[in-house]
Design a protein around this ligand. Structure first.
Ligand SMILES: [Fe+2]
Length: 230
């Protein structure tokens, strides 16, 4: 059995989790492998940092609930829902692109949270470098203008969902607002960076102040991991 489905998606998505692994993640991987042996064919990505590493931007309590409970539930639901279906042995990205209803909702959320949790790091922040930085500057005018537009999209998204930076096959960037479990993959685009605007991602730390939460998230972005997706 393959250890972690997510790592099979694309090399660029898998890399951030692998290069950031530490002792606690090794333990996490062992746990994941144990779960896989009992039919966890779809598994969430290992957290590439300690649960308190993102404080004060995201508290340990939020990471424990968000990663440990919400993300876990999406993965468990997906395994249960796909058992015995044509998606049982499919790759996660394929399930997201080809399913609908409850399977899509849970597959989308597993993929979205895999990307989300591997976009941050203890020593994150600053600005992107290299090709992604050049593309952002070219298309949005500056990194500051891009952040403003991205934050505005997140604030104005009604209800639960995600704001994404995505690229098309030519490398052109765009900002997308997706409700619920939406992911740019379903529009033929590649997700680069996604902010979760479901209340479960920020309510314990910021209550109803979504805008404040989105502004703070830039302080913990692991641009090496995110830039590798471009
Ligand atoms: Fe979430």
């Amino acid at each position: 059995m393959k250890p972690v489905h997510y790592y099979l998606l694309t090399g660029i998505f898998a890399l951030p989790a692998i290069i950031s692994c530490n002792g606690s993640n090794a333990k996490n991987s062992v746990n994941n492998n144990l779960k896989n042996s009992v039919n966890m064919k779809f598994e969430k990505v290992a957290l590439p940092y300690a649960t308190d590493a993102l404080e004060p931007v995201i508290s340990r309590q939020t990471v424990e609930l968000h990663y440990g409970k919400h993300h876990q539930a999406y993965a468990e639901n997906l395994n249960r829902l796909t058992a015995g279906t044509k998606f049982e042995n499919a790759e996660l990205e394929t399930v997201v692109k080809e399913s609908d209803g409850a399977i899509f909702n849970n597959a989308g959320q597993v993929l979205n949270h895999n990307l989300y949790f591997t976009s941050f790091g203890k020593n994150g922040g600053g600005e992107p470098k290299g090709k992604l930085a050049d593309a952002i500057r070219e298309q949005f005018g500056s990194f500051e203008k891009f952040k403003e537009e991205f934050n505005a999209a997140g604030v104005s998204l009604f209800g639960s969902g995600w704001v994404w930076l995505a690229k098309d096959k030519d490398g052109k960037l765009s900002i997308l607002k997706e409700g619920n479990a939406g992911n740019p993959l379903t529009s033929g685009l590649t997700p680069i960076l996604g902010f979760d605007v479901w209340e479960h991602s920020y309510y314990l730390d910021y209550q109803n102040r979504r805008a404040d939460h989105l502004k703070e998230l830039w302080k913990i972005i692991d641009w090496e991991a995110v830039g590798a997706r471009y």
